[in-house]
Design a protein around this ligand. Structure first.
Ligand SMILES: [Zn+2]
Length: 140
């Protein structure tokens, strides 16, 4: 941890950035590995100070605590529409293809999901929107 801190303080010219946790929960780890020690678990929407990103892992600081988080679960902004959707109890379940190249969400197992070469998952509609997905043209 001392080495990590030294690295961060030496990066004086690096412009730090703030990202938000986009998954339900995200672990803060002491090394850039999913088998390393978990330093803490943070819920969706947690604001994270990001110093650098390497091999899919972001060097982050949360409440003065330093560690690593998986970059794929961090997003740059929370759309304002999400807050109201999260608070709504009329949450709709939608289907998404868990792929970086899939940008649609579906209201059923529609033909649009037939092209999915990844895992198909069900999420709340607010999560789908939060992940940057838009309604499918076939089923919506
Ligand atoms: Zn569809």
């Amino acid at each position: 941890m001392f080495l990590l801190f030294s690295l961060i303080t030496s990066l004086s010219t690096f412009s730090q950035d703030f990202l938000y946790v986009s998954s339900h929960q995200l672990n803060l780890r002491d090394r850039p590995s999913s088998s390393s020690t978990i330093l803490g678990t943070y819920p969706r929407g947690t604001k994270v100070e990001v110093f650098s990103i390497e091999n899919g892992w972001a060097v982050v600081r949360i409440n003065m605590r330093l560690g690593y988080m998986q970059h794929q679960h961090l997003v740059s902004c929370i759309p304002s529409s999400i807050t109201s959707l999260i608070n709504s109890n009329e949450e709709e379940i939608v289907y998404i293809c868990v792929s970086n190249t899939a940008h649609r969400y579906h209201n059923k197992m529609c033909p649009g999901l037939g092209n999915c070469t990844h895992r198909i998952d069900t999420v709340l509609i607010s999560e789908a929107i939060f992940l940057g997905k838009t309604p499918c043209g076939h089923c919506y």
